[in-house]
Design a binder for this molecule. Sequence first.
Ligand code: C2E
Ligand code: MG
Ligand code: MG
Length: 602
Amino acid sequence: MSANTPSAQQPPDLPEPAPRGAAVAADVSDAGLRLQRALDQQRRLMSQLRPAQLAMQNALEGILVTDNDGVVTDVNPAFERMTGFLRSEIVGQNAGQLYRWVETPEIQGEIVQHLMRRGFWRGAATFASKTGERHDSLTSISIMRDETGAPQGRVVVFADITELRQTQRLLEKTATTDRLTGLPNALKFDQLLEQALQTAAHQGHRLAVFFVDVDHFKSINDTLGHHVGDEVLREAARTMGDWLGEQAVLCRRSGDEFLAFHPVTQSASEYRALVRTFTPESQIDLAGPPATRITLQFSAGVALFPDDAQDQESLFRAADGALYAAKARGRRCVEPFTPSIGAQTARRMLVERRLALALKEGSLRLAYQPQVDIHTQDILAFEALCRWHDEELGEVSPAEFVAVALDGTLAPPLGRFVLAQVLRDLPALRAQWPHIRVALNASIQEMSHPDYFRHMTASILQAGPDTAQHLEIEVTEDALGQITPALQSQLQALRDLGCQVSMDDFGTGHSSLSRLHQLPLDKIKIDQSFVRQAQDARVQSILKAVIDMCSALGHEVIFEGVETEATLERLVALGARVVQGYIVGRPEPLSHWVNEPPKNRA
Ligand code: C2E
Ligand code: MG
Ligand code: MG
């Protein structure tokens, strides 16, 4: 630095030398002048340095200056704030200690090499504060050179980006995590599974993929509220995590659907056997009030890589097919994939594809089966039953295609088709039977659709003011357990319009007496599986009790699936009045009923 070097040249504004005799005095004043000049120049240089010093003092970035050996010669206040080191503690120390614990030797080597080659380095670096805390920083290191190009040390500037990094990490986590359970989300899961599949293929081991569903979650959510539903899902995630163990990766795919994979190093059959022994179940105690204990149960399907499927998509399909089989087996179990499950899945997918087309093209038909008063032989109502003859698949039974529709996305369009067709056919039926009712089957899947009741009410009102008095909604008994207060009031609203509501397939579900009493019902249809056993004395006493109970509740009773004279006689003896079954009429197209007036006994 040249701050203390006096200038060699005489400045041009010096006064002329003083005459002899006054020499001593002149020498003194000369020396004073030179001193004055030197002081002025120093002040000028100081004032040039001052902005640089102020910049260092006020910079928000930490600045550290070292000599050529990396020994710290200066730091600024921002550096002190960021690192916790006081200037007096760090000056004279080696700057490397700031990085020693946090950067790997490779990174340090890279930085030094870049500095040597290019004279600077810039990048993200982690430094340690005095207390050892790690900080993320955007750092630049430059070699300081003088006018001749000789290195005079280094200047390091740090911007602390710890907060920015935290936000970035949070964002990354949010994008890959399920907020509710803290598990990886579907996106992240797919990436992890893809990697795991590659590893399994490379190392020649198997991988099990699970599809898991919380049984009856929807009714828990609807009846106990969403906050309980959330707690249930968190608990479900915990239970499944415990069940599958640490090696598994679990994610919540959507709603109550979970996916997991697990490396399998033992044999496939051993693994399947092990999986079969699990009965996934867990209890949750809700604090209340009122304090409630919920028993959580799961159904799961599992498929093995590479035995059952070789890529992610087919593994998902196989595990999903196995889950479907687990539900069909009565839920609360784990079902491993088998080739026959594969064939059923393929058939379901084909039926679903063809059904979607049939609904679009309007190629489904309705059949009407009468409900007859066996005392008067009058037809009181018809049940509308869907029929489908597909070009490729031939005649497909409603038991099959309705199940496919209910399981997928086709329940609402199927319901809308039936309603529209019934409303078109109703005038012809009413012309023949002025007091007739037509019963439509409504699944819980359809009724839970946000548009169901709005669409139904609008269609009924559009069809004419008294249309509702000729309609009836059949809800299956197993669906009744899932009828929420909201659905219940929607059904009541339809009754207020004039529709009737009946419970279909009574005897196959689990309706409790209290539930029967609460529901907005007009009729109860006793399932044919019961009716067929009408000769059995014990069944007779049950049927008698049901008839008595229904009359006490003010519900009409209909016996379904009556096929023989013997059954009919037995039912009449028990007090039955209305029956539906082959003995009184099969499901037939509209033309059968309206062209030739029915003979009252088929
Ligand atoms: P469901 O509502 O209980 O309908 C009665 C079923 O019993 C009909 O079967 C009918 O043909 C059959 N059946 C009637 N009388 C007798 C009899 O005497 N003996 C025997 N063995 N069977 C009799 P189908 O038409 O095969 O329908 C089966 C189920 O499919 C229906 O049971 C209903 O749950 C469902 N389904 C049919 N059409 C529709 C629809 O349009 N929408 C919905 N959601 N479900 C429908
Ligand atoms: Mg029915
Ligand atoms: Mg039925």
